[in-house]
Design a protein around this ligand. Sequence first.
Ligand code: FEO
Length: 393
Amino acid sequence: MGVKITDSVTWVGKVDWELRRFHGHELSTHRGSTYNSYLVRDEKTVLIDTAWTPYAQEYVDSLAEEIDLNDIDFVVANHSEVDHSGALAELMKRIPDKPVYCSANGAKMLKAQMHRDWNFKIVKTGDKLDLGSRQLIFIEAPMLHWPDSMFCYLTGDAILFSNDAFGQHYATEVLFNDLADRDELYQEAIKYYANILTPFSKLVPKKINEFLGLNLPLRFICPSHGVIWRDNPLQIVEQYARWADDYQENQVTIAYETMWNSTRRMAEAIAAGLRNFDPTMKIKLFSLSASDKNDVVTEVFKSKGLLVGSSTINRTVLSAVAGFLEEIKGLGFKNKKAAAFGSYGWSGESVNIVTTRLKEAGFQVVNDGLKSYWNPDRDMIAKCREFGETFLK
Ligand code: FEO
């Protein structure tokens, strides 16, 4: 059933309460997600985005209860990723000749994913679609977060349909930010930015300034996931500007994996050293195999510094550490300090490998790391504390 946003705009999306993994198994979604789709009714009717493939039938059936599908004049596909365009294939079976508005990359990518050739209408920034008393203005947003990504803005109602930008993987019964649990909403918004948008941070302020430069009134930001920003919609824009600017809190994250607790004991002693040097510093410790990877990434995003520990096994690092280092390399964090530590019994390569990988990932590695031969004794525990203090200095 649709939910009215304004007299002319209705949310016709799908709340996915069950989703716990997204992008295959790459991204955790502890609070589910929503696939937001919007119907704009003026003299002409336009549908903006659809829903994820497994819900295609349910989505189209539900949409058909909201409107006679033949009354839809235009479809807008802001982004070809299947969480928004998966149901397009099912919809277009019912209305095969209706025009589909998308970016040039959008048409190319939809064809490559769906193997269909619909009535594509390619639009670029500034192009307008007349709906009658309102217009839809298109704004390309390449690499936020795919090459095809696009926003559109509805005049009159002053709504920015921002697709993935400003979204959250957050299933709720309430559709608006002022009705949502503020802490949960913030947590999901920052996790979304940290894990999905960090690689594109340089583009974020440019796109924000481009949109603000248009001097368009703004009543709502309607993203394609999570709640709609109705109360002070610019708050999430301002937050994005802060997050895009090499965001840091007064925090250090320690991420480690251990075989027989030696590296864990090092991690805890390093944390004690950090705390001793600066009791105001937020310190977060994570065993990488016991923790959710994306939650750890979110904490790294918030941190000034990262300490990564691994025992040595088979002349390399533990597999959870290897995966984590690959993940943070891809995200391309900027302006963060780092160092490595770990225990060993034979050859002891792990610390050097972690140090190299951290440098490759763009971290400013501040020393050569700290190794413990087998279990840390009292002297080594003291060295770990000192290592933590020196790291903060
Ligand atoms: Fe990039 Fe929500 O899809």
